[in-house]
Design a protein around this ligand. Structure first.
Ligand code: NAD
Ligand code: MLT
Length: 528
């Protein structure tokens, strides 16, 4: 399969992809139409922060299965559009944390001691010793905005250098903050207390311009460090506040527009020091994120779970072998249920009984939804199935019970059109042999696969013979059948596996007989 790489990643990642047999195309100059053209034949796309993966790009990527981000920030990827198109987005959230934290610490020292400014002057032949009187970090207060992976690592490192740590992060617990020696405080309190303020949030609509004029006033006399994302700090306001002396200095690795435009005021204020987005640029970090991303792209292209998928149900790698067989079973049960209901889908319930109920089943439920929606010809996969249900107003519920009645594990998919509902139960015999074991109140033992015909008929002599004769006279070979009934002489349900499509003439003949209450024709695309 083709994997297109549009931003430079370490060779180790490219090797992982080639060793997995993929055709790897690297092109770091692609823009506009050329990018759309290249992505149209790609199954995987790997980017860093340079490529904007817009809705248009995702629309052009007709064969795309996954976009891998070799790094943390995914603000350059339209995740909603990816979900709409059933494309997985996965990042590499661990591999460059240490590198980003070390760079932040380096930038903090560089700002506190004016290292870049003194360096430039000495290289120019000037011994400006008396011009620089720096600030010590020891005993000062570090304010951390965003106490996630990088923020915590920075806090730990600077705590060990004698700084007091306060942090603002509305989404983490006080307990977690305490464990790394940080005191969680409100945003304004964090700004007011900080001698050095370091930003470690993602760029989101909520964090855009989070730190602007008024916030910088609260940091009066302090330093601002941003090695997270441009756009979180208002650059014009920051340049002005350093220039007029409200702030002692700033150190920035990231910018609202990258590369930083030549006319940016940040370039002309002496005490604003800058690096060109180098936070993750260490050999170790680049190797880590490249191999982790390549592994995930390879997994997605092999139909395996993607560990850091941001828009698909995630699965623990060690649990995957236990749930893998149920993914296909749930999809099949969903497909059978939806083809039997024949109504407008309003509600879907996926229920788990027995051992499977002990597992993380998000991916299994998503597969059941995929099965339900697929015969309705919606463009669906396990990534976008939950979103499609939500968009179409289909209520989805999931339930679990560890108690099992007849089977070690059972998955039930119930579909409802608001008036009628229908349940299909599936299980695995011997751990991997799928069976449909119940359709509504009928206990059956049907092997799901290929084409199936499900008849409801009166339980009387000659009906099964009639069905067999009609099928035979129209050249339809019956490969297997299972008959179940509620009570002698009542209603019966029969599941047939047939080798070919049932022609219209045969359908008319069957449906025209008074003893046949209803017939459904099911296709499982080759089944399991
Ligand atoms: P993370 O998801 O682990 O942490 C982000 C934290 O920000 C979370 O704890 C979250 O709760 C918090 N947060 C979200 N909204 C907030 C708000 N409004 N106010 C305060 N806190 C908020 O991410 P991470 O791995 O720690 O990465 C942090 C940032 O660093 C990201 O933007 C990432 O892209 C960037 N990064 C940059 C480089 C670089 O090269 N300069 C390298 C790695 C990471
Ligand atoms: C990230 O978010 O991981 C960083 O921006 C690193 C990068 O890709 O350069």
């Amino acid at each position: 399969m083709k994997v297109l790489v549009t931003d430079p990643i370490a060779d180790a990642g490219l090797s992982v992809l080639r060793e997995a047999g993929h055709d790897v195309e690297t092109n770091y100059e692609l823009e506009g139409e050329a990018l759309l053209e290249a992505v149209s034949s790609a199954h995987g796309l790997i980017v860093r922060s340079g490529t904007e993966v817009t809705r248009e790009v995702l629309e052009a990527g007709e064969n795309l299965v996954i976009v891998g981000r070799a790094g943390i920030g995914v603000d350059n990827i339209d995740i909603d559009a990816a979900t709409d198109h059933g494309v997985i987005v996965a990042n590499a959230p661990e591999g460059n944390v240490r590198a980003a934290a070390e760079h932040t610490v380096a930038m903090t020292f560089a700002a506190a001691r004016s290292i870049p400014q003194a360096h430039v002057r000495l290289k120019a032949g000037e011994w400006a010793k008396s011009d620089y009187l720096g600030a010590e970090l020891n005993g000062k207060t570090l304010g951390v905005v965003g106490l996630g992976r990088v923020g915590q690592e920075v806090a730990k490192k600077l705590d060990s250098l004698g700084m007091d740590i306060v942090a603002y992060d509305p989404y983490i617990s006080e307990e977690r903050a305490e464990r790394i020696g940080a005191e969680l405080v409100e945003f304004e309190a964090c700004l007011e207390a900080a001698d050095f303020l370091t930003v470690h949030t993602p760029l989101t609509p909520e964090t855009e311009d989070l730190i602007s004029d008024a916030e910088l006033e609260l940091l009066e006399g302090g330093y601002l460090i941003n090695c997270a994302r441009g756009g979180v700090v208002d650059e014009d306001a920051l340049a002005a506040k350093v220039e007029d002396g409200t702030l002692s200095g700033a150190a920035l690795d990231v910018f609202a527009e990258e590369p930083l435009p030549e006319d940016s005021p940040l370039l002309y204020v002496e005490d604003v020091i800058v690096t060109p987005h180098l936070g993750a640029s260490t050999e170790a970090a680049q190797e880590n994120v490249a191999t982790s991303t390549a592994d995930q792209v390879s997994a997605a292209l092999a139909g395996e779970p993607v560990i850091n998928a941001l828009n698909a149900p995630s699965v623990d790698e060690s649990a995957f072998p236990r749930i893998e067989p149920y993914i296909g079973l749930a999809e099949t049960a969903g497909k059978v249920a939806t083809q039997l209901l024949e109504g407008r889908m309003e509600r879907i319930e996926v229920a788990y009984e027995g051992e499977i109920a002990a597992e993380e089943v998000d991916l299994v439920t998503a597969s059941a939804l995929k099965g339900v929606f697929e015969p309705l010809e919606w463009q669906v996969n396990a990534v976008n199935a939950p979103q499609i249900a939500e968009d179409r107003g289909v209520e989805v519920t999931e339930s679990k019970t560890r108690q099992a009645e007849d089977f070690q594990s059972l998955i039930s998919v119930t579909v409802s059109d608001g008036d009628d509902e229908l349940t299909v139960d599936g299980t695995l015999f011997a751990g991997d042999d799928p069976r449909i074991v119940r359709i509504d109140s009928y206990r059956v033992d049907a092997i799901p696969g290929g084409r199936m015909v499900v008849t409801r008929n009166t339980d009387e002599p000659g009906v099964i013979g009639l069905i067999g004769t009609v099928m035979g006279s129209h050249g339809v070979n019956i490969a297997g059948m299972f008959n179940a009934r509620e009570a002698i002489g009542g209603e019966a349900l029969t599941v047939y596996n047939v080798d070919t499509e049932v022609p219209d003439a045969a359908r008319e003949e069957l449906e025209g007989d008074d003893r046949i209450i209803g017939v459904s024709y099911i296709t499982l695309d080759g089944g399991l």
